[in-house]
Design a protein around this ligand. Structure first.
Ligand SMILES: Nc1ncnc2c1ncn2[C@@H]1O[C@H](COP(=O)(O)OP(=O)(O)O)[C@@H](O)[C@H]1O
Ligand SMILES: [Mg+2]
Length: 236
């Protein structure tokens, strides 16, 4: 479904991503784990067109995303939940959710309202707070809002950048069960995480990224029991 091959990305002279290949099949949860600075966000930004690649390919559903306008990528069914949520703090919860539907808002108001109802069923807390400014939400609620907003574009795949960052253990659990639920409803997930343990528990397959290179990959269960992974990422 999504195939990243031999990707190289630079920031000036910094070779941030070196020959990275990652594949995500329809229906999977695939996680990309790695320490701070490993290059996780850079890979997601390259997929969504926010950062230009030096070389390599990113193909989604037979579309070469590296040749697409960044603003068009979402119309191919790719949604992005950015690192640090990036909700619009001065807009209400409802307005934030509407922003996720901008591509079909004008054409199909009924569809937008139906989608919003789905989001409110999944996140009753957002429904209760729909007229509240997003900046007044807690971190966990803002993360839910970021996911809800992404779901509005009716994606085939959702790219999530460290959704557990800065959340209490209880909320981390909640966010990961939401990820599972979203996936069970048929949405493929590419999950980027520093929280390797939780990510490997929820994912089908995983890639370990170290300073811009893929060090290991395989079934998430296998990596969870891999000695190298346990020592470096699971504190065991
Ligand atoms: N805008 C930027 N300008 C220069 N270097 C950057 C920029 N963004 C990221 N980098 C560098 O690229 C590398 C990968 O960063 P990033 O993709 O943010 O890692 P991660 O998301 O895994 O923490 C790091 O060395 C980081 O310093
Ligand atoms: Mg990052």
């Amino acid at each position: 479904m999504l195939k990243v091959s031999n990707l190289n990305v630079h920031y000036g002279v910094i070779h941030a991503i070196e020959d990275v290949s990652v594949e995500v099949n329809d229906g999977e949860i695939v996680t990309l784990i790695g320490a701070n600075g490993a290059g996780k966000t850079t890979i997601l930004h390259t997929i969504t067109g926010l950062k230009k690649a030096t070389s390599g390919n990113v193909v989604f559903d037979n579309v070469d995303l590296l040749k697409e306008e960044p603003s068009k990528i979402v119309t191919h069914g790719v949604a992005h939940v950015p690192e640090g949520r990036h909700v619009f703090v001065d807009m209400t919860v409802r307005e934030n959710i509407e922003m996720g539907a901008y591509m079909y808002k004008k054409k199909d108001k009924d569809k937008m309202i139906a989608k919003m109802d789905e989001v409110f069923i999944k996140f009753p807390r957002l429904k209760e707070r729909q007229n509240q400014l997003a900046g007044t939400l807690s971190g966990g609620e803002q993360q839910m809002l970021a996911v809800g907003r992404a779901l509005m574009s009716d994606p085939q795949i959702i790219l999530m950048d460290e959704p557990s960052m800065g959340l209490s253990p209880l909320l981390v659990q909640e966010i990961f069960s939401i990820i599972k639920e979203v996936n069970q409803q048929g949405i493929t997930v590419l999950l980027v995480e520093q929280n390797a343990k939780m990510a490997l528990k929820v994912a089908n397959r995983a890639y370990v990224l170290e300073t811009g290179k893929i060090k290991l990959s395989g079934d998430a269960d296998e990596l969870l029991n891999n000695d190298e992974v346990r020592k470096a990422y699971l504190g065991a």
